[in-house]
Design a protein around this ligand. Structure first.
Ligand SMILES: *[C@@H]1O[C@H](CO)[C@@H](O)[C@H](O)[C@H]1NC(C)=O
Ligand SMILES: *[C@@H]1O[C@H](CO)[C@@H](O)[C@H](O)[C@H]1NC(C)=O
Length: 360
C-alpha cells in the first residue's frame, strides 16, 4: 500500500513537471544541483550552494603526477554492449540554458556538445525523458588550463516533490592542480552525502566515461567503469535512512557554471575571467541500456519495473559487488578520497547508518 501511495505521488509530480517541460523546455532551467529546492525551477545562471560542503578533511597530493595510477585490473564494462556513439545529442537531449554558449563540434554534428561558461552565463542540457533503472553514461572532457572556480556537472534528478539526485560534480582548479570529483546522493529531499575524490588521470586531457548503474539492489558510480562509490538498497535501518530510489524516474542533466565562491580551495582561487569562455565537452551519450519513461502514466513506470526483471543491468552479476569492484572501492577509499561525509564527525555526531554498509 505504502509503495502504491508513493508511486502515485511521484507520478503526479512527474506528470506536472513533464507537462510544463514539454510545453516549453526553456521554462525550467534546472541546473545547479544542491541549490534548487525540491520542485522549484530556478532562473539561470545558477547561484552556488548557499552552504557549500565543508573543505576536505584531509588533503592528498596536490598535483597529478604523484597520485598513484591504478595498476590493478579494473572492472569490465557493466552493460552488455553499450551503443557507443550512436546517439545524437538531439535524439535524447536539449539545451536548457545558456544556448549562446553551446556549440556542436565534431563529426557528425550532434555527436558532441560543448558547454561554455563566460562572465554572463553558464550553459546546460537535459534529457527529454526521464529514466528508471539501467546503465547511463557519457564521456566528458573538462575545461583545461586554469579552470579554477568552474563547476562542471553530470547528474540524474527526479525533480519530484520527493526530490532525488545522483550527482557527479567536477570542481576546477588552477593550472597543474587537480580537479576534485564530488559525488552526492539525494533521496526524498535529503542529501548531505558528499564524497570528494581526486581522479587518477587528468580529466581535461582526454575524454573519460562517467556513469551510473542503477537497479533494485544498488547504485554504482562509475569512472571509466571503475566503481568509485556504491549506494546499497538496504531495509531495516530505521527512519534515519531515507528510502532507496525505487520508483522515481530521473532526468539526465549536465551543466557548467560559476562556482568561484566555494569550488576551488574553498573559494580561495577565483575564476580568471580573462580565460573565458571555459569549455567542457560531452560525447558518447549512452542511454540505450536504461529504461526510458516515455509516457505520463503509471503504466510506463510499471513497464520499467517489468523490464528490470529481465535486463542485463539487473542480472545476478550486477546485484552485488564483484571482487574486482570491492577492490576498486577499497582503492578509492585508500588512495583517492579527500572528503567523505561518512568520516566527518564535526558534521555528524553519529555516523550516518548507511556508511557501514556502503563501504566494503
Ligand atoms: C565580461 O567580459 C567581457 C570581455 O572581457 C568584458 O568586456 C565585460 O565587461 C565583462 N562583463 C562583466 C559583467 O564583467
Ligand atoms: C586544487 O589544488 C589545491 C592545491 O593543490 C588542492 O588543495 C585542492 O584540493 C584542488 N582542488 C580544488 C577543487 O580545490
Amino acid at each position: 500500500m505504502a509503495k502504491v501511495g508513493a508511486l502515485g505521488l511521484a507520478w503526479l509530480c512527474f506528470a506536472l513537471l513533464a507537462t510544463s517541460s514539454h510545453a516549453d523546455p526553456k521554462a525550467i532551467p534546472i541546473d545547479a544541483i544542491e541549490v534548487v529546492p525540491p520542485g522549484t525551477p530556478v532562473e539561470s545562471p545558477p547561484s552556488p550552494p548557499a552552504s557549500p560542503p565543508p573543505p576536505p578533511a584531509t588533503v592528498g597530493s596536490p598535483v597529478f603526477a604523484p597520485i598513484a595510477p591504478i595498476v590493478a585490473p579494473i572492472s569490465g564494462p557493466v552493460s552488455s554492449t553499450p551503443a557507443v556513439g550512436k546517439v545524437m545529442f538531439w535524439d535524447e537531449f536539449y539545451t536548457n540554458f545558456g544556448d549562446k554558449n553551446t556549440v556542436f563540434p565534431g563529426t557528425p554534428t550532434g555527436s558532441t556538445i560543448q558547454l561554455g561558461l563566460d562572465n554572463t552565463t553558464g550553459s546546460g542540457f537535459r534529457s527529454k525523458y526521464p529514466y528508471l533503472y539501467g546503465h547511463l553514461s557519457m564521456k566528458l572532457k573538462l575545461v583545461g588550463g586554469n579552470s579554477a572556480g568552474t563547476v562542471t556537472s553530470y547528474y540524474l534528478a527526479s525533480v519530484f516533490t520527493k526530490w532525488c539526485e545522483l550527482d557527479f560534480e567536477f570542481l576546477g582548479n588552477v593550472s597543474g592542480q587537480p580537479y576534485i570529483l564530488q559525488t552526492n546522493v539525494f533521496s526524498e529531499g535529503k542529501g548531505d552525502r558528499e564524497q570528494r575524490i581526486y581522479l587518477w588521470f587528468d580529466p581535461s586531457a582526454d575524454y573519460h566515461s562517467y556513469g551510473i548503474l542503477w537497479n533494485e539492489k544498488l547504485i554504482l558510480f562509475l569512472v571509466d567503469d571503475v566503481v568509485i562509490r556504491v549506494y546499497h538498497n538496504v531495509a531495516g535501518l530505521g527512519s534515519e535512512y531515507p528510502p532507496y530510489l525505487t520508483y522515481q524516474p530521473m532526468y539526465i542533466y549536465s551543466s557548467i557554471w560559476n562556482g568561484e565562491k566555494w569550488a576551488t580551495r574553498g573559494g580561495a582561487d577565483k575564476t580568471d575571467w580573462s580565460q573565458q569562455p571555459f569549455l567542457a565537452s560531452y560525447t558518447e551519450f549512452d542511454v540505450e541500456n536504461a529504461c526510458k519513461v516515455k509516457g505520463e502514466n503509471d503504466n510506463e513506470i510499471n513497464v520499467c519495473n517489468e523490464q528490470l526483471k529481465t535486463s542485463s543491468y539487473n542480472d545476478a552479476a550486477h546485484q552485488t559487488l564483484t571482487d574486482v569492484q570491492i577492490e576498486d572501492l577499497r582503492r578509492t577509499r585508500d588512495q583517492y578520497i579527500i572528503y567523505d561525509y561518512c568520516t566527518d564527525a564535526k558534521r555528524f555526531n553519529v555516523t550516518p547508518v548507511e556508511c557501514a554498509i556502503n563501504w566494503p
